[in-house]
Design a protein around this ligand. Structure first.
Ligand code: ATP
Ligand code: MG
Length: 457
């Protein structure tokens, strides 16, 4: 099924063409002239337009030029009347896909529409393949035979087969973006755009225009029209990275759009509806953000239909060897010298706590491939590159949440966090929480009361 815009000034032709196309299962939008046609082009985002070259108000060729300028990927089939063939030829030069002569035959319309849609699909696929090939992450496999990564891969597969919203959590450099791209590429939207938004990088005041777009003149700096990320992702996937960094005001706006999948560009009253799959990610502990009042719980539920936690590398040390071999092969494929790590080298790696995540490991392996002159890298060399080459980013033992507090306060806060987490884990079943925490039910009640913890659900 496609979305088709029909622009023709004769009501009879409009309704005939609509009937033919609707019978084929397409959604059809009708415009009586180029001006209305352009409005519908923006509002309905059709895949294909059928355009009469002879139109009142704005001429067909002018309308065609403007349509192609706004949406270069739109396929246009031009309809020419008797004596307007030369106009049809000019239309082809302007980027129209095909032309049909009046009087219209049903067969001719259907064939032109089918061909145009097929070509459009091929072009789209081609563009996206090129885009995917150009970006390094996403086409890569998710490496790791550990139980936890096997589970992640199973979830990715399940997520890819559905259109459900996904929230990916995990520390920096664990592979959240790789997971997001794998879900997109594994699903039915893979031929469509994957549009990424780093929520932490957009100042609050620009967020709406970034996400929803704006019309020219909507605000002082809006010198031209801008298509928002939600709109660019139409048909595909929108990746809201660092979503927990959105301000509460921004969260409210995003929530509203997620409920309806409709929005307006800034400075416009026209409602645009889109078909977008949303995947979000954060390196923050989202439950802490929610209990601290920094993240809306209703937005969490909208985003996390399937939550996926990507575990830090220290919880899956067994994956390090496999990841190293993969990154060595990748470096060699990219032109670095072919290297292997000796068994003793791997032993040395396994004997130290790894000070980072997969990204740091990938960097380390790349350095090793370039810096070592041994084909099979010895433990001594591994140790040396580890010692002088690695940024040592020790994990803080206590979170910043506690670090600034006096000990007594920190203990209180910890107790509260602990209980909030346990209550959530056990679905607010007080007896089970008491049991799991090793305290009596009455002791638990007292603490819940003291900390003023809500016992909902
Ligand atoms: N399981 C894995 N298998 C192969 N490569 C991986 C894996 N996990 C991560 N990588 C690679 O490690 C690098 C970091 O991954 P990615 O950018 O997805 O992490 P991230 O969680 O989004 O990080 P950040 O929180 O800093 O944005 C990328 O080059 C990615 O391809
Ligand atoms: Mg990332």
């Amino acid at each position: 099924m496609a979305r088709i815009l029909v622009i023709d000034d004769e009501p009879g032709i409009r309704s005939t063409v609509r009937d033919i196309l609707e019978d084929e299962g397409h959604a059809v939008f009708l415009a009586e002239d180029g001006v209305v046609g352009l409005e519908l082009l923006d509002a309905e985002r059709p895949d294909l337009a059928i355009l009469d070259v002879w139109l009142p108000r704005m001429g067909g060729l002018e309308a065609l030029g403007e349509m192609k300028r706004r949406r270069s990927e739109l396929e246009v089939v031009v309809v020419s009347g008797h004596g307007t063939i030369d106009m049809a030829v000019r239309a082809l030069k302007l980027g129209a896909f095909d032309f049909i002569e009046k009087p219209l035959s049903m067969d001719r319309i259907l064939t032109a529409v089918r061909n145009a849609l097929e070509i459009g699909e091929l072009r789209r696929e081609n563009r996206n393949l090129k885009r995917a090939a150009a970006s390094s992450v996403g086409t890569e496999p998710i490496i790791g035979g550990s139980t936890s990564m096997t589970e992640v891969r199973a979830l990715v597969e399940q997520a890819a087969a559905s259109d459900a919203r996904i929230l990916i959590t995990g520390e920096n450099g664990t592979g959240k973006e790789l997971v997001a791209r794998s879900i997109h590429l594994g699903g039915k939207r893979s031929g469509q755009p994957f549009v990424e938004v780093n929520c932490a990088a957009i100042p609050d005041g620009l967020l709406e225009s970034e996400l929803f777009g704006h019309e020219r003149g909507a605000f002082t700096d809006a010198v031209s029209r801008r298509i928002g990320r939600f709109e660019s992702a139409d048909g595909g996937t929108l990746f809201l990275d660092e979503v927990a960094d959105l301000s509460l005001a921004a969260q409210a706006k995003v929530l509203r759009v997620l409920q309806e999948m409709r929005f307006e560009r800034l400075g416009s009253e026209k409602t645009i509806s889109v078909d977008v799959r949303v995947i979000a990610a954060t390196n923050k502990d989202i439950h802490t953000e929610i209990s601290a009042g920094r993240f809306r719980e209703d937005l969490y539920f909208r985003l996390a239909v399937i939550p996926i936690r990507v575990p830090p590398l220290r919880e899956r040390g067994g994956d390090i060897g496999e990841l190293c071999r993969y990154f060595l092969a990748r470096a060699a494929a990219a032109g670095a010298p072919a290297r292997e790590i000796s068994p003793e080298g791997y032993e040395l790696l396994a004997s130290r706590p790894w000070p980072g995540n997969v990204r740091e490991l990938a960097n380390f392996v790349e350095r090793l491939a370039v810096l070592s002159d041994e084909r099979v890298v010895s433990a001594a060399t591994v140790g040396k590159i580890l010692d002088d080459g690695m940024p040592r980013r020790a994990e803080p033992l206590i979170g910043e949440r506690y670090a600034s507090l006096a000990l007594a306060e920190a203990k209180e806060l910890f107790e509260r966090d602990y209980l909030v987490q346990k209550l959530r884990d056990y679905g607010y079943n007080m007896a089970e929480v008491a049991d799991a925490s090793g305290i009596s039910p009455s002791g638990l009640h007292a603490k819940v009361k003291k900390h003023d913890i809500e016992q909902k659900r």
